[in-house]
Design a protein around this ligand. Structure first.
Ligand code: AMP
Ligand code: MG
Length: 180
């Protein structure tokens, strides 16, 4: 079993995943952390927020190497993104060659209102978040729904949309646990 949990930056994914990890039998692997380790090793980036600004081809190579690693691991929850907002445009988080490698059986998309996400980004000094408008945030969440549908068609995987309400991440965590 391989599940994917995604959500745009600032949606509260890390908070929810910490709660999920305490109650789930599955190991949670962060795709971005594996990419970051490789990119840092190659001296390409300083922080994880530098990855999405690299040349698209470089990002694809790191992405491919990461999915090779993950393809060898079973019974995992993969913490990643449906799409990455790069300066060149949206980069699919799971292009065909990644999907083939991973054969994911379920997708979870954590979502909130653009206003909530904007506020959460402003309150998180640990990350270098994009200067997105409410409209940008809305677009990114919509685009991610389309990507999820495309990925699901590929493998027959289920999709569950998870709303993360303000101050109650445990509700979102429970909802994910019910679907695993
Ligand atoms: P995160 O902390 O989950 O936002 O991940 C850090 C960074 O890793 C993201 O901003 C992306 O640049 C990169 N990343 C994570 N997952 C993927 C993926 N599936 N494909 C390409 N890049 C990814
Ligand atoms: Mg995170």
């Amino acid at each position: 079993m391989r599940a994917v949990i995604s959500g745009i930056p600032g949606v509260g994914k890390s908070t929810i995943l910490t709660m999920v990890s305490k109650k789930s039998q599955y190991e949670i692997i962060n795709f971005g952390s594996l990419m970051f380790d490789m990119a840092k090793e190659l001296d390409l980036v300083k922080t994880r927020d530098d990855i999405r600004k690299l040349e698209v081809d470089t990002q694809r190579n790191l992405q491919k190497a990461t999915s090779n690693k993950l393809g060898k691991m079973d019974n995992i929850i993969i913490d990643t993104h449906m799409s990455i907002k790069s300066p060149a445009g949206y980069l699919p988080g799971l292009p065909a060659w990644v999907l083939t490698e991973l054969m994911v059986s379920s997708y979870f998309l954590i979502e909130s209102t653009p206003e909530e996400i904007m506020r959460r980004r402003e309150n998180d000094p640990t990350r270098s978040r994009d200067e997105d408008t409410l409209k940008d945030i809305d677009e990114h969440q919509q685009v991610n729904r389309y990507y999820a549908v495309a990925y699901s068609v590929y493998s027959g995987a289920t999709i569950k949309y998870i709303y993360n309400p303000d101050n109650h991440p445990e509700i979102a965590a429970e909802n994910i646990l019910m679907g695993l």
